[in-house]
Design a binder for this molecule. Sequence first.
Ligand code: ADP
Ligand code: MG
Length: 395
Amino acid sequence: MKHIKDVNLKGKRVLLRVDFNVPTDENGNITDDTRIRKSVPTMQKLINDGAKTIIMSHLGRPKGEFDAKYSLKNVAKRISEILGKEVLFTQSLLGEEVTNMVNNMKEGDIMLLENIRFYKGETDGDMAFAKELAKLGDAYVNNAFGTVHRNHASVALLAELFPNDHYFGFLMEREVENLSYLLGNPERPFTAIIGGSKISGKIDVLENLIPKVDNMIIGGGMRYTFTKALGGKIGNSIHEDDKLDVALDLVDKMKKNNVNLYLPIDCMVIKEFRNDAESMLVPGDQIPDGWEAVDCGPKSIELFREVILKSKTILWNGPMGVFEMPNFAKGTFGVAEAVAEATKNGAFSVAGGGDSISALQQLDMMDKMSFVSTGGGAMLEFLSGIELPGLKHMK
Ligand code: ADP
Ligand code: MG
């Protein structure tokens, strides 16, 4: 793995792929610039080196052509505010205007190209398009962990076109290092806490983790697919009937690998899906007809806490309940607090997933984890152990 910290790119035209796919309101104003801030160390390093930095990013899902709604114009402005420095911005990606602008760049200059997904070649993973992009630079830096699982031109092909001049940015390196640690030989006991609404999308991760972990805590909506498969009563709780076999197979694999499986032993159930609905506490596998489980109960939280506090390595992805409703956030918040406490006591913890991060933000606990992964889908794919397109040629 080659890292920008080990080189000086003075005078080089550096193509920097980032993930500045920031959330915006209906007027295109940026509502959260975390993704931009995460790449400041990388941009600053290139500026300090005296490189000519050419940034590529996507925003949203335009259909391969210009769409004002997805312009990166406001992103350019925000980068400029954050860095306290002018950021050149191009209306297009290719063509004479861009080439001229690049030729006129001075050392330390920084430029943002317009949304790379305005070109179909990007999402098609088109080599001809990648080669056109490559003409603009002398080196390639990938800091776009959030898109590393995409087979897109600027993510998957450019490293190959700069065989001796491709590098990881700081964010990318930290993501890959921390997630690789989990898949390597981390300190034990290793506990994975997996939640969220559905089992589909997380099956490969569970499969890959089973041989590596000591404890598996499965909460959130996905546990009801397991509970139904195991013969419990789930009432109206969310579940996937076409994944019952998969759930049983996973349980079987956990047994064979001596993994302790923990499912919530009690849970909060409601009849109407709203925060102030009438609720009651029932055993986790005995949900009455007409009722739906939306959170785990105090006994489960206590049990999970004990397991978490005994762990030396912890991975957490997915809320333990419908935490968007404050009355049913206790399970999710309880787990977050236990992971934070274990981390304070010296455990190594990784949390990730859009909704899990949002729970951590609500608790103001982002910095209480050892590491928070920024790439939701990318993190899950990484943890499922497959070789990701964006890492294939980054050796
Ligand atoms: P992440 O984004 O952290 O990976 P997911 O997207 O997999 O998490 O799942 C988050 C969603 O799961 C939340 O919107 C939450 O409301 C939902 N969820 C959790 N528990 C339940 C449940 N018991 N019933 C229905 N939805 C649930
Ligand atoms: Mg989510």
